[in-house]
Every structure is written in C-alpha cells, then in structure tokens.
Design a protein around this ligand. Structure first.
Ligand code: ADP
Length: 266
C-alpha cells in the first residue's frame, strides 16, 4: 500500500516537473528567438548606413579628378551623416547593454530637477532650431535621488522625441509636478503626429517604431524609449503614455515619494 500511495503522490509531481521543464524550454526558446531578432536588427541597422558610406567612397575613388569640388563636398557630407548615424546607434546599444546587464547603478545622488529641466529645455530648443514653441513649467523645487547622467538621458530622450515627432509650428510643453500622494512626475506633452492605440504597448521594445521612415529621417535609432524604460525602472519610476493620432502625445515619468527630496523655495 505504501508503494501505491507513493506512486500516487509521484504522478502529480512527475507531471508538474514535466510542465515546469516544458515551460522553461519554451521560455529559453523565446529568449533565443529574441536574441536572434536583436542581432538581425542590429546588423540591418548598421548595414544600411554602411552600404551608403561605401557607395559614396567608391564613387569618389572612381571619379578621381572628374568630380567637381561642390559634388565632392556634398558626397563627403552625406557619408559623414551616415557615419554619425552608426556612431549614434552604437552609443545607444552600449548604453542599453550596460543597463540590461544590470551593471551597478551610479551611486544615488540628489539630482536638482529644476537645473536638469533647464538643460533639457535648452537641448530641445537647439534640436528644434526654432521650429516649435517649447515651454517649461518647472513646478515645485525638488531633487530626485538617482543618477544625474541617467535621469538626464531619460528626460532628454522624451523631449527630443517630442521635437522629432512634432511638425514645424507645433507646441511642446515640459512639466514637473509634485503630486498629492507625495510622488512626482515629469511630463512631456506635444501637439505632434501622435501614436495609434495598437502601438502604445510596444513602444519601449528595442527597435520598435511606428513609422520606420520617419524615425530614420529624424536620426532615430529605435532604442530611445527602451533606454528610457530601463532607466526609469532603475529609479523605481514608470512611464505612462497617452496619445491620439493627429493630435499629439503625452509621455509621463512617475516617481515615487521615496525618490523625492523637496527643496526650500528660494
Ligand atoms: P526612435 O529612435 O525611432 O525615435 P524611440 O524608442 O525613441 O525610437 O521611439 C519608438 C517609436 O515611438 C518611434 O519610432 C516613434 O514611432 C514613436 N514615438 C516616440 N515618441 C513619440 C512622440 N512624441 N510622438 C509620436 N511618436 C513617438
């Protein structure tokens, strides 16, 4: 009888184990597929600009003295654009891989939010080149406990997306606010092209783009929001996205009270 009860006990255990193994294998297969997709994406993203650079260099070499100085300058300028694009992509990849490797975060320090917002506003204005109305509501003076470098990167990624996806003449509003529950939020609102509801859940995936052509045209790598999400997660914050196609978008980073230090108003 002992043998029988043991067998009965074992059956569900055996099945559970099989199920666990099957689940682990599916998980591994999924991870492997994701890794392959990622490598394919990176290769493709690098190959396109590299092909263009090679084309220009070959043309210049073949043409020798036959090419006029104006055309030479133009080809070299276009080759440089593509080369900068590759550099930008590699920098983003390195940033993302350091974040994903769970490398030790920089020592937390109080980051002066208003000073950071001033820098982010200035960078957005430079990128816009006067093509948008950009405003800032600096809100309650506060510091966030975290990494200056990472918070800067997250905030400026959101602001630069607003500039890149808002047509000339549009409005961009940067806003900081302390909430009643003691938390705080940084929001970037734009009157740009907006995003369809079906895309919103996937925006922070690596290389996910709503419109590949537009992202490229404006110098995008498809990694910006993946980087933002990792940085915010490290700061126990999360990203909320609201958007309407043709009307505009609002990206909000919400921080918990644990990360917030209020500064006396001066
Ligand atoms: P990219 O380098 O392509 O801009 P991101 O990861 O920063 O990559 O953003 C992913 C995609 O989300 C973009 O390709 C774009 O389609 C969409 N997106 C991001 N920000 C905005 C915005 N403010 N307005 C409209 N679309 C946006």
């Amino acid at each position: 009888q002992d043998g029988l009860s043991l067998a009965i006990q074992r059956v569900p255990f055996g099945e559970d184990l099989e199920m666990l193994l099957a689940r682990d294998i599916t998980q591994l297969e999924r991870l492997d597929a994701m890794r392959r997709d990622f490598v394919a994406n990176v290769s493709h993203e690098l190959k396109t600009p590299l092909t263009v650079v090679n084309g220009f260099v070959e043309t210049l070499l073949d043409a020798g003295d036959e090419i006029g100085p104006a055309d030479r300058q133009r080809y070299l300028g276009m080759a440089l654009d593509q080369s900068l694009r590759m550099q930008h992509l590699i920098e983003d990849l390195l940033t993302l891989s350091a974040l994903q490797a769970g490398s030790e975060p920089d020592e937390d320090e109080p980051v002066n939010v208003q000073a950071l917002l001033g820098t982010v506003l200035h960078e957005a204005q430079v990128l816009s080149g006067g093509r948008h109305q950009i405003s800032l509501d600096p809100g309650t003076p506060a510091s966030l406990l975290g990494s200056q470098k990472e918070l800067h990167s997250a905030f400026s990624n959101l602001a630069s997306n607003a500039v890149r996806y808002t047509p000339e003449g549009g409005n961009i509003h940067l806003r900081w606010g302390v909430k009643e529950d003691g938390g705080a939020e940084f929001a970037v609102e734009d009157s740009g092209i907006g995003i369809g509801a079906e895309h919103i859940g996937r925006l922070t995936e690596r290389f996910y783009r709503v419109d590949r052509g537009r992202s490229r045209e404006t110098g995008g790598t498809g990694l910006g929001l993946a980087i933002v999400k990792h940085i915010l997660t490290r700061h126990q914050a999360h990203l909320d996205v609201r958007s309407e196609p043709g009307k505009g978008s609002c990206f909000t980073a919400r921080f918990s009270a644990k990360r917030l230090l209020l500064r006396a108003q001066s």
